[in-house]
Design a protein around this ligand. Sequence first.
Ligand code: CAA
Ligand code: FAD
Length: 379
Amino acid sequence: MDFQLTEEHLMIQKAARDFAQNELLPGVIERDEKQIYPAAQIKKLGELGFLGMMVDPKYGGAGLDTISYVLAMEEISKIDASTSVCMSVNNSLVCWGLEQYGSEEQKQQYLVPLAKGEITGAFLLSEPEAGSDATSQRTTAEDKGDFYLLNGTKNWITNGSSASVYLVIAQTHPDKGSKGINVLIVEKNSPGVTVGAKENKMGIRGSDTHSIMFLDVKVPKQNRIGEDGFGFKFAMKTLAGGRIGIASQALGIASGAYELAINYSKQRKAFGKEISQHQAIQFKLADMATRIEAARLLCFRAAWEKDQHQDYTLSGSMAKVYASETAMWVTTEAVQVHGGYGYVKEYHVERLMRDAKITQIYEGTSEVQRIVIGRSILG
Ligand code: CAA
Ligand code: FAD
């Protein structure tokens, strides 16, 4: 067992940290307040290789391991979780699935520009009536011979308006349940695709979350990924890795809030001494540090298993449920450490607290993670 990060890991961590400080911190409060999508920042992230981090360089990616991805996600999320969710979706829900299961033509046409960050992608599974219960897809992809006819509505889609390419999960053979579902690559500008209004959210307000409507959209047969009926397995396998990304996002939100709380507690004085010298505050900081370290180790464990080509479904769900609950707890305590100053925007912790909440909901709620963990440990 080796707990040492490599030189390359440290370099990537530093690059992500510098990017977050120099490119994301300026304007993060305004982007949150006005719900501004970080278009220029996402473009730069792409140019630096952060949007296709784990993709083979022959398909335009950076060819890095999942540990590097965890490190970068943590650093970006410390400062701006709205940016890191776009990064996470592009890396682990879009590029990974295409590289793993796409045909050579699909990789050349879609993966290469996605991995280079020239365009971004979105992953469309959730529907108004099918969130946690993801097998009950109502969106239909009727087999019409040369093409599929796509009809239905997806909601809560991250990168909904900014993405050029959608991976859409839809039902083709309703009588076959989860085995009748397909995944199709759909170009956003296809006739019949409508992007709904942007959601007005509690947190990650800079990310663009939209409903997407499909009305008689013709999708060429060659845009199906994998065999007929592979769509649900594709979604589950993709989400298993995606959950490592969101766990790392939660880790970053927690460690960002913790760093702010440490700094503040050393400056703020009450009853004649720095508040960090009051044991009640020290205990909060000690618990924050301990839970964050446990979350980080779970993220590394899941990432390591993925890099070793082992099954990481269980460790990914454990990392996600633990890190997201840690993020919610740590950010709430960080606001407490800041007292009244924690409740106003310029101190950043209130935003981190609002951003933390989503990590318990998307890519499988905490309850769904416990279902996955429960099934796994009970066999
Ligand atoms: N890998 C491979 N196959 C899997 C799998 C996995 N990890 N998990 C399930 N499957 C397979 C099962 O083996 C089964 O296939 P067979 O019938 O051939 O055995 C099939 O899929 C159906 O599985 P279940 O019977 O377990 O399905 P279920 O209806 O009980 O649901 C669930 C299981 C875990 C709750 C699943 O529905 C789920 O994960 N729901 C949450 C959905 C979710 O995470 N959505 C996230 C949307 S994306 C997003 O949120 C992005 C973002 O915010 C940024
Ligand atoms: P429901 O499934 O209706 O759940 C409601 C409550 O019931 C939850 O607490 C849930 O845990 C609980 N529950 C449900 N079933 C069970 C059960 N069997 N046992 C115990 N408790 C249960 N989806 C995408 O496809 N792509 C995206 O890019 C995307 N981005 C998102 C971005 C944001 C900001 C948000 C808010 C959502 C996003 N989602 C996306 C959707 C997200 O994945 C779903 O919201 C999530 O999976 C939960 O589904 P739901 O909202 O329908 O809640």
